[in-house]
Design a protein around this ligand. Structure first.
Ligand code: ARG
Length: 464
């Protein structure tokens, strides 16, 4: 709608709004993505108006036909969004009236853009949550299938990025599978919180018409209707829940990305990315860069920023709707598209990534990764753990000075540190033993990881 056209509220005003105001106020450049939700919401509303005898069945038919035509024309490109329209809601209503005439003017009976936009956003969040859950499930399958291949692949486990105790590559990957599983559950929760239908709240104080709100809710697949009209039009908790959950998804993807970046380095060389998921340098011919992982890590910040934007935007809003709330959309949409984009690149990258099994085992043989097991050996023979810990500390110091590992030491050296050492110490500190013995529930032993895998598959309903 341009400044030279009359606004729907023009009757109250003496002059047209300034062009600068129209530009500043307009949200169609980003809220056009809600067109499908807006049309579906309007269809349900129109049917309810007819059922309650608020408008005639004839008007309902022509509204439905008009809206269907608009939906089809937007989908096939025949109808372009008017950049001068104030928002998607005004655009569709104006288009409807221009197509069907007077019946179009009855659609907004008992409705406000305040409950309309709340409805559209709720429908949108529910749809996007379901789509992102699908992507996360696909990512789970990839993590699980990589883990399936590497239950015996020993790698160093780290704390402080210092070699700590041995784990397996499967165990390490499944730590991420657990994070993503929680993300899926969180998104399901977000969808639950979003599952109330706000139409009937009107601008803020409900409506004077005899609406059947549950009828609208049922048509649109909502469980319930919102309980308080002031809250219903100005609640954006579900947007914040979504933004927080998506920040969490990105945080998890970013942690894995950081590890992949490290693992791809010459110094680690634990994994090799498929060439299709790496990039080269414009000057250094030897380079193979993990750009996808870096960009996922880099894009994580936007989702945190969006969450902060939303929290700040909402904190000073008196009841009920205020125009500040139009700012919810770009933040929400950006977080959604960032997560979807990140997952679309990350899933095949992890799927095609290959593990360098020998390098991982080599790295695990260094750094006295078996020192705890060595201390546990003495403890299991009766020495209090703190004393055993002290004995092994001395042994490790000796090895560092002599440039040796624990497994290189002759039995006499062990025995000179403590008489409880016997020949069986060598099998106890063997890497495979160190991993296999950690078969406690949740541990890295292949047997425990296989149970973890089976449980994950069950939770995700993945059939072998
Ligand atoms: N474009 C607006 C938004 O996204 C729609 C609601 C406008 N309501 C109003 N009373 N001006 O928030």
């Amino acid at each position: 709608m341009s400044a030279d056209q009359n606004k729907i509220w023009q009757g109250r005003f003496s002059v047209q709004s300034a062009e600068e105001v129209d530009v500043f106020n307009s949200s169609i450049s980003f809220d056009y993505v809600l067109y499908e939700e807006d049309i579906k919401g309007s269809m349900a509303h129109a049917k309810m108006l007819g059922k309650q005898n608020i408008i005639s069945e004839e008007d309902v038919s022509s509204i439905l036909e008009g809206l269907e035509g608009i939906l089809m024309d937007i989908n096939n490109g025949a109808l372009q969004f008017d950049p001068k329209a104030e928002d998607i809601h005004m655009f569709i209503e104006a288009e409807l009236t221009s197509r069907i005439g007077d019946a179009g003017k009855k659609l907004h009976t008992g409705r406000s853009r305040n409950d309309q936009v709340a409805l559209d956003l709720r429908l949108y969040v529910k749809k996007q949550a379901a789509e992102i859950i699908d992507q996360l499930e696909a990512f789970e399958s990839v993590l699980i299938s990589q883990a399936d291949k590497h239950t015996e692949t020993i790698m160093p486990g780290y704390t402080h990025l210092q070699i700590a105790q041995p784990v397996t590559f499967a165990h390490h990957l499944l730590a991420y599978a657990q994070m993503i599983l929680r993300d899926i559950k969180r998104l399901e929760e977000v969808a639950n919180h979003t599952d109330s239908m706000p139409l009937g709240n009107g601008a803020l104080a409900g409506t004077t018409y005899p609406f059947d709100r549950q009828f609208v809710a049922d048509q649109l697949g909502f469980k319930t209707v919102t309980a308080n009209s002031l809250d219903g039009v100005s609640d954006r908790d579900f947007v914040l829940d979504m933004a927080y959950t998506l920040s969490m998804v990105m945080m998890h993807l970013s942690r894995l990305s950081e590890e992949i970046i490290l693992w791809c380095s010459q110094e680690f060389k634990f994994v090799e990315l498929d060439d299709a998921f790496a990039t080269g340098s414009s000057i250094m011919p030897q380079k193979k860069n993990p750009d996808v992982a870096e960009l996922v890590r880099g894009k994580t910040g936007r989702t945190y920023g969006n969450l902060q934007t939303l929290l700040t935007m909402m904190k000073g809003i008196p009841l009920a709707y205020n125009k500040d709330m139009q700012e919810d959309k770009e933040a929400l949409f950006d977080s959604i598209s960032t997560v979807k984009l990140a997952l679309s690149a990350m899933i095949p990258m992890v799927d095609t990534m290959s593990a360098n099994v020998d390098r991982m085992r080599d790295a695990a043989s260094k750094g006295f990764i078996n020192a705890t097991d060595c201390a546990d050996y003495l403890t299991k023979k009766g020495l209090p753990f703190r004393e055993a810990y002290g004995v092994i500390g001395g042994l490790v110091k000796y090895c560092i000075e002599e440039d040796l590992t624990l497994k290189d030491l002759p039995l006499e050296t062990y025995q000179s540190y403590h008489e409880l050492f016997e020949q069986d110490i060598y099998s106890v500190i063997d890497l495979s033993t160190c991993v296999n013995i950690r078969d406690i529930e949740g541990g890295p032993a292949p047997s425990a990881v296989k149970k973890q895998l089976a449980m994950l598959k069950e939770q995700l309903e993945i059939v072998d």
